[in-house]
Design a protein around this ligand. Structure first.
Ligand code: ACO
Length: 350
């Protein structure tokens, strides 16, 4: 996105989580786990889950509407939804989201890069703006992993939550606050088995055999994923910062995918940026997959942890394996982050 006189500029931020809150204590009533284990190993205290009958598009619409309002915009040339839990395998979720936002007729498509999805989507939409194809884009990260978790898997059920976050991009100059700079995206498909849902795609369906129940659930090998997440995010953030000419001491905030509080601390140490410079909301929302980066961005904006003029790097890591990062000087935007009042779901609903 560099090297031209046109860049994608962040002009609005919004996020939303569904009202139903599942605490660690509630999980421990149904699974062999404890609040102490979950808090000490992950930093998570609670997570939000969608109501029965809800879907990813419902969350994406809420976040998208808030990002449009934050930008003072009522249209967008492109709508991109980053998700690994689309409403259906086919068609993509984005066209329906666009229509429900009153944007029928615009380009709309999904991007799937699991927890790196939002950073990938920023790259794609930002490139469309920088190339002159689009003037504006609504980039949404939304996931509902509660719908694909194994009800008996205490590890994944402790970690993941549902949510959505969105950023509105407009065309601007590469030198102005909010311009996306130094984008890095990467992947390693040789380790795809570390984070996967085995069934539901062409490989399982072409066998003509029904999927086994456990193959329809999300699974993750936590230990190796932890090590990859730290190494890949640290390397990517460092490279992005170097590309835009920032030393570690120049970086005010590192806004990372919220996978585990211990991962944030380890990346901070590796890149030599103080842990206090890493905004985090993982205690309240858990790992919300593609929603994670825009959700923590919105929360940090509202809490005042992010302020105009700060040099920030966004970074993600997820299934694929995939990773990515991008730098920007934080612009003068007001994030819209209003949720419905929290409720406790019935134990049969999560
Ligand atoms: N409660 C109690 N015990 C548990 C729980 C739980 N919720 N979960 C696991 N355990 C147990 C395990 O069964 C194991 O027991 P054992 O020793 O008797 O076999 C023990 O705790 C240790 O298990 P580990 O998996 O080694 O625990 P670890 O400390 O590694 O923490 C975790 C697991 C939290 C998953 C961690 O590995 C992690 O955060 N990994 C990275 C996740 C990540 O970065 N994801 C990003 C990408 S996700 C995406 O793209 C969708």
């Amino acid at each position: 996105m560099s090297g031209t006189d046109r860049a994608a500029v962040v002009a609005g931020v919004g996020a939303w989580v569904p009202p139903a809150v599942v605490t660690n204590e509630a999980l421990a009533e149904r699974l062999d786990t404890s609040d102490e284990w979950i808090r000490s190993r992950t930093g998570i205290r609670r997570r939000h889950v969608i109501a029965p009958g809800g879907a990813t598009s419902d969350l994406a619409v809420e976040a998208g509407r808030r990002a449009l309002e934050s930008a003072g915009a009522d249209d967008a040339d492109v709508v991109v939804v980053a998700t690994s839990t689309p409403d259906r395998p086919c068609p993509a979720t984005a066209p329906e989201v666009a229509s429900r936002l009153g944007l029928t007729g615009v380009a709309a498509f999904d991007v799937a890069a699991v927890c790196t999805g939002f950073v990938y989507a920023l790259g794609v939409a930002g490139g469309m703006i920088a190339s002159g194809f689009a003037r504006t884009a609504l980039v949404i990260g939304a996931d509902t992993f509660s719908t694909i978790l194994d009800p008996l898997d205490r590890t994944t059920r402790a970690i993941f939550g549902d949510g959505a976050g969105a950023v509105f991009l407009r065309a601007g100059r590469p030198t102005e606050p909010g311009a996306l700079m130094g984008l890095r995206l990467g992947s390693d498909g040789t380790r795809s088995e570390l984070i996967e849902v085995k069934a539901g795609g062409s490989r399982q369906r072409s066998t003509g055999l029904p999927a086994r129940d456990r193959d329809t659930y999300f699974r993750m090998e936590g230990r190796p994923v932890f090590a990859h997440a730290v190494r890949r995010m640290a390397t990517s953030v460092r490279a992005t910062a170097a590309e835009v000419g920032w030393a570690p001491a120049d970086i005010h905030r590192v806004v990372l995918h919220q996978a585990n509080a211990r991962i944030l601390a380890a990346v901070a140490e590796q890149i030599d940026v103080p842990a206090e410079c890493f905004p985090s909301n993982i205690d309240r929302v858990g790992n919300t997959v593609a929603a994670s980066v825009p959700l923590v961005l919105a929360d940090a904006c509202v809490s005042g942890e992010l302020s105009p003029g700060q040099r920030i790097v966004l970074g993600g890591f997820g299934g694929g394996l995939t990773w990515g990062s991008v730098a920007l000087v934080w612009p003068d935007v007001t994030a819209i982050r209003s949720d419905a009042a929290p409720v406790s779901p019935s134990p049969t609903d999560y």
